[in-house]
Design a protein around this ligand. Sequence first.
Ligand code: FDA
Length: 395
Amino acid sequence: MSDYDVIIIGAGAAGLMCAIEAGKRGRRVWLIDHARKIAEKIRISGGGRCNFTNIHTSPANFLSQNKHFCKSALSRYKPADFIAMVERHGIKWHEKTLGQLFCDDSSQQIIDMLLHECAHANVTLDMETEVQNIAALSNGKGYRLETTHGVRECESVVIATGGLSIPKIGATRFGFDVARQFGLNVLDTRAALVPLTFQNALLERCKEMTGLSVDANVTAPCGKSFAEGLLFTHRGLSGPSILQISSYWEEGQELAVDLARGVDVFAALKEHKETQPKQEIQNALSDILPKRLAQAICEEMDIKGRIAELPDKKITELAARVNEWRMKPSGTEGYRTAEVTLGGVDTNELSSQTMESKKQAGLFFIGEVVDVTGHLGGFNFQWAWASGHAAGQTV
Ligand code: FDA
């Protein structure tokens, strides 16, 4: 008899959920992680309050080469299921915006809840445990793992080691390496939900605006757009709309930004021209944009003087600079600050019902290591819970 029925590598969001579900089925589960502290990404998520799900979760909120892959798991474990667990544990929560649910107090409550559920399901948990080797047993009925806690055999192995973002708190390529070891295809990865960076004059502009935010609408060449806040930083641009579009932006591409979402700037300035003709143009624009930004745009375009004296052509150009600013980022801040990783284990290699490898029986991949990446707003955790739950019913 093997030491465990299931060994789960990675005690983050997906690994914890899978361990709970498998444990509840009476499976003997060993959950291991190389980090010292458990579930650090949950702890730091949502500014310390964990945006643990989104009540509007639908497959449309996920990027993947196969956009249908996430449907099965998401339909069998819904935001309401996770909310029910949160409420059973007496954790107070609120909807912040756009269906995003956060803890009222602290993300630590979510970690404590998951650990409590693991203990209840008799899961054995060991932190600071590294896996040195994984091999399939010659009888085809399981796996042998060499770890820093000794050699263990099991029927099923679940890889829940996440993506590459924030290496400082334990992200590794481990999951992708295991996939390749067993002949599974791994799609190229890149940082996503990440601030965009600029160089030269644009960078200088952004630096001057650091801390300013506007309600924006940002559109990528693929046509995808996001209407949320935009924040100027000392490296470039951030804020929800920029993080969201970063998942769709490819190097070398231009983005179209409406810096005054919901305002027809040409119409607004024309009205100013009629009602307050003596007003300086930058002051008129300051009624629409933060003052520093309005000034900078007028300076950059060398547009000054009273609005009455400006020809309509100039007003059209100015309005276009605000409503249809076209800019080309030089890059992203990369995995150092990215919230997630795009790409990963090719979903064609996995069963969407169980997350098991089609080639390698008993080997499962869940969470961010798989090529399923959510939008900003609680969707990535919902995928971690749902994929962990799906595997937990089978392992
Ligand atoms: P996760 O990264 O959670 O866990 C992987 C685990 O595997 C880690 O504990 C790691 O130590 C371990 N591991 C890695 N390599 C290993 C190895 N070689 N051996 C053993 N163990 C190994 N999402 C969301 O929905 N709402 C939010 O509010 C946020 N906020 C947020 C903030 C920040 C700053 C970041 C970086 C990310 C978010 N996210 C988020 C994204 C979310 O945290 C992420 O998608 C999930 O944690 C992914 O869950 P996983 O379990 O797949 O990986």
